[in-house]
Design a protein around this ligand. Structure first.
Ligand code: SAM
Ligand code: SF4
Length: 343
C-alpha cells in the first residue's frame, strides 16, 4: 500500500518513503572501490579500479551523507571496498560526528576487513562510532591468505583486539563458503561469543566476475544451521538490527548468531536501506541495476534542491526486491562487484 504521507512525518522524511510503504532510514555509503585484499567471492585477482577523479572527495561525501541525514536517514554505515584505505577517511568520520552530537543521526558505523583497525580504532571511538562490523571468514592463517589472496590473519586479529580495547562493539561477518565454513563453524562461534561479539553468516551473492566458480563457493545457510544444531541449541529471536539478518541465541554460549540469506530466502519486504557508491550513484536495491546519479546535482551546488529532488525520485522508484540466482554457467547475476557498493 503506498504511503504518500503520514500526519506526523515532516515533508523531508516523507520523501524517504517508497511506493511499497517502506521508510528508508539507513544509508550505506561506499567511500572507495579499492581494497588491500582480494577476497575470492568479492573481487578478481586483477581488478581495475575507478580513476580517482571519478570518486567523490571527502568534502563531497560529507555533503552527500548530510543531505541524507537531513532527509531522515538515522543510520549511516561507511563501507567500500575497504573504507579504511581511503585517504582522509578519519576526517570524514570526525566531520560526520556532528550529526551524532546534534541527535539527527543515531548511529555512525563501518564495515571493515580489519587490516587497518589497530591504527584507527581509538580515533573511530572518539568520533562517536560505537559498533564496527569486521569481516572474518576463517581462523586459520593459511586459509585466510587463500581466501583474501594476500592478507594476514594476525593483523586482522590485532585490529579486532584494538577495537574491543577501544570500547567498540564488534560484530563479525563470515561469508559461508563450501569446504571451509562447515569445518570451522564451531571455532568461529567459540571465538566470537567468547569475546562478546555477535557473529553473522552471509550467503555468497553472485555479484561481479571474481575469476572463480560461484557454485563451488556457495554453501547454503539452512545446511549450516542444521550442522550447528547437531551440537548447539539455537533459539530464534525477533531481534533485528535494522538489517536483513535473522538472529538466534545460542543457549550454550549466550551469544547471538545472525543469518543473512539473500539466496535462499527473500528479505526485501522490510528493506529500509539504500546504498551510494563512491562515484555518487544511488542504488536503491543491491540486487538490481537501477541507479541514480547524485554526483551531478551535488556538483551543481546551489541550495541542494536538485540533490534533494533526485534522492526523493530515487526513493519512490525503489524496486520491490531482488531476484538473485546463481546461473549454472557461473555468469554473475550483476556485473557489478560487491566492492562497488560495500555489501
Ligand atoms: N572491505 C570491507 C569488508 O570486507 O568488510 C567492506 C566491504 S565488503 C564488500 C562488505 C561485506 O560484503 C563483507 O562482509 C564481505 O564479506 C561481503 N561480501 C563481499 N562479496 C560478497 C559476495 N559475493 N556475497 C556475499 N557477501 C559478500
Ligand atoms: Fe576487500 Fe571487503 Fe571485498 Fe574482501 S570483501 S576484497 S576485504 S572489499
Amino acid at each position: 500500500m503506498p504511503h504518500s504521507s503520514s500526519p506526523s512525518a515532516s515533508p523531508s522524511s516523507c520523501a524517504m518513503i517508497d511506493l511499497f510503504g517502506r521508510r528508508v532510514t539507513y544509508l550505506r555509503l561506499s567511500v572507495t572501490d579499492r581494497c588491500d585484499l582480494r577476497c575470492v567471492y568479492c573481487m578478481a585477482e586483477d581488478m581495475t579500479f575507478l580513476p580517482r577523479d571519478q570518486v567523490l572527495s571527502i568534502e563531497e561525501l560529507d555533503l552527500l551523507a548530510s543531505a541524507f541525514v537531513a532527509a531522515g536517514v538515522t543510520k549511516l554505515r561507511i563501507t567500500g571496498g575497504e573504507p579504511l584505505v581511503r585517504k582522509g577517511i578519519m576526517d570524514l568520520f570526525a566531520g560526520l560526528s556532528r550529526h551524532l552530537q546534534a541527535g539527527t543521526l543515531r548511529e555512525l558505523t563501518l564495515t571493515t576487513n580489519g587490516t587497518l583497525l589497530a591504527r584507527h580504532a581509538d580515533e573511530l571511538a572518539r568520533a562517536g562510532v560505537k559498533r564496527v562490523n569486521v569481516s572474518l571468514d576463517t581462523l586459520d592463517a593459511a586459509r585466510f591468505r587463500a581466501i583474501t589472496r594476500r592478507g594476514s590473519l594476525g593483523v586482522v586479529m590485532d585490529g579486532i583486539r584494538a577495537a574491543l580495547e577501544a570500547g567498540l562493539k564488534v560484530k563479525l561477518n563470515a561469508v559461508a563458503l563450501a569446504g571451509i565454513t562447515p569445518d570451522e563453524v564451531f571455532d568461529l562461534i567459540d571465538f566470537a561469543h567468547g569475546h562478546g561479539m555477535d557473529l553473522t553468516f552471509i550467503e555468497t551473492m553472485p555479484l561481479g566476475d571474481v575469476g572463480v566458480d560461484r557454485i563451488d563457493q556457495y554453501y547454503p545457510l539452512d545446511a549450516l544451521r542444521r550442522l550447528i544444531e547437531t551440537r548447539l541449541t539455537l533459539k530464534d529471536t525477533t531481534e533485528r538490527t535494522g538489517g536483513p539478518a535473522r538472529y538466534a541465541r545460542v543457549a550454550e554460549t549466550g551469544g547471538r548468531l545472525g543469518f543473512i540469506t539473500p539466496m535462499s530466502h527473500s528479505f526485501c519486504e522490510n528493506c529500509n536501506r539504500v546504498r551510494v557508491s563512491a562515484t555518487g550513484m544511488l542504488h536503491t536495491c543491491l540486487g538490481q541495476e537501477d541507479a541514480f546519479d547524485l554526483k551531478a546535482p551535488l556538483r551543481a551546488g546551489g541550495d541542494g534542491a536538485a540533490l534533494r529532488a533526485t534522492i526523493a525520485t530515487a526513493i519512490r522508484a525503489k524496486p520491490r526486491g531482488h531476484d538473485f540466482v546463481i546461473a549454472r554457467d557461473g555468469t554473475p547475476a550483476l556485473a557489478r562487484h560487491m566492492s562497488a557498493l560495500g555489501g
